[in-house]
Design a protein around this ligand. Structure first.
Ligand SMILES: Nc1nc2c(ncn2[C@@H]2O[C@H](COP(=O)(O)OP(=O)(O)OP(=O)(O)O)[C@@H](O)[C@H]2O)c(=O)[nH]1
Ligand SMILES: [Mg+2]
Length: 367
């Protein structure tokens, strides 16, 4: 049965100069954080395309009548895969910004009581730790009190301390985009199976272009581990561009690299990063943009053949899921359960092994 396509949309709102365009251009246009100083005021709604068809919209500032904040047509909130990011400049008039946010929430809840609101307490790089905590507490207290008093669901509001000068904004966008990603339950199931069966501490599926992750296993997220992955992408990017340069200089271009769906990603595109003997990250490229980050203790990661075998199987499953058209799937977000997911991914999940010695005759074609 064909359903109406449900777009995954993120509306980025906030007072003028709060940092909306900076966040989006650092992430999606690879603009250097320092170059955002020269950004001009946004005058039109600007669309940014994320991975897997998710779209983020930068709303321009409006007249004083609207409190200076551009707002989407309220009908757009009537979408189960839409959410709001509200950017508050933590170095500016926080109270005024919170007042405008509560007005926006009132409008949004009239249309969709389940819409997720993500509050970015932004530009925290200029504040001491104590001040960050105080401002966070004040903003959270006022907003949660408002939502609670109005009788709405407080668990649908999240708070993030962010800055474009470090990994915090990438981590926040990772969490927000997962909420609207239709493939999420499938990807999380694959990553969780890979993590638990390979005895890893954590697995992320990173979109290396934006340095955000689109899926992870079910273990709680740890900011320190995310930061290690984030830092290592920079190293990895240098290595990959070196690899590409070498490949070009030898004239070895068989087109694999440009094929997003290619099944033939090469095992040698794997890299191992050791962090002070306490943590090892092994990465495997899934396709041109997506890379699996497998993290564990060095002793667990010694048998990398085993992890490589499992990561290869997981990568196959991920490519299959990314190709799936969610609008023709017989399940809606509400009806999908772990039984359906296991049924669809049975072959991919079953082939991820728990034994540390993968079947010998299967070793050569796991990519
Ligand atoms: N210190 C610091 N400055 C930031 C950060 N993010 C953005 N800025 C600065 O904030 C200023 C305004 O940023 P913009 O991205 O243009 O803000 P905007 O919300 O898009 O503004 P309008 O388009 O006018 O609504 C720029 O000078 C940025 O360099 C941050 O994380 N830390
Ligand atoms: Mg702007």
């Amino acid at each position: 049965m064909l359903r109406e396509p449900t777009p995954s949309q993120i509306f980025v709102l906030g007072l003028p100069k709060s940092g909306k365009t900076s966040i989006l251009s650092v992430l999606f246009n690879r603009v250097n954080a320092t170059d955002t100083l020269y950004l001009e005021t946004t005058t039109d709604i600007t669309e940014y395309e994320m991975y897997a068809g998710i779209k983020a919209y930068d709303y321009p500032s409006q007249s004083e009548l609207d409190g200076g904040v551009g707002r989407p047509d309220p009908r757009l909130y009537y979408n189960s895969r839409a959410c709001i990011i509200y950017v508050i400049d933590s170095q500016d008039d926080v109270r005024h910004s919170v007042d405008i946010l509560t007005e926006i929430m009132e409008t949004a809840y009239r249309v969709n009581t389940d819409i997720r609101v993500n509050v970015f307490i932004h530009k925290v790089d200029g504040l001491s730790r104590e001040l960050q905590t105080d401002i966070h507490k004040e903003i959270e207290h006022r907003i949660i009190k408002f939502v609670d008093t109005e009788g709405y669901n407080t668990s649908m509001v999240s708070f993030f301390l962010t800055s474009i000068y470090d990994h915090t904004v990438n981590e926040a966008i990772s969490k927000v985009s997962q909420e609207v990603l239709p493939h999420r339950p499938y990807l999380d199931t694959i990553l969780n199976t890979l993590c638990s069966r390979s005895m890893l501490d954590k697995v992320y599926l990173f979109d290396t272009m934006t340095k955000t992750y689109i899926s992870t296993d079910f273990l709680p997220n740890d900011t320190q581990t995310f930061k290690f992955c984030f830092d290592s992408i920079v190293v990895l990017e240098d290595m990959l561009s070196m690899w590409k340069t070498l490949q070009d200089s030898f004239g070895d271009d068989n087109g694999d690299d440009d094929d997003e769906e290619s099944e033939k990603y090469r095992p040698e595109k794997r890299s191992v990063i050791n962090l002070k003997g306490t943590m090892t990250i092994i990465t495997y490229q899934v396709n041109r943009r997506l890379t699996l980050f497998c993290i564990g203790r060095p002793e667990t990661m010694q048998d990398s053949t085993f992890i490589e075998y499992n990561a290869g199987k997981a990568a196959k499953g991920i490519r299959k899921v990314i190709k799936m058209d969610m609008n023709t799937s017989p399940y809606t977000d509400a009806t999908l359960n772990s039984g359906h997911i296991n049924e669809i991914l049975r072959e991919d999940i079953m082939s991820i092994v728990t034994d540390s010695y993968p079947p010998q005759n299967d070793m050569m074609d796991h990519y």
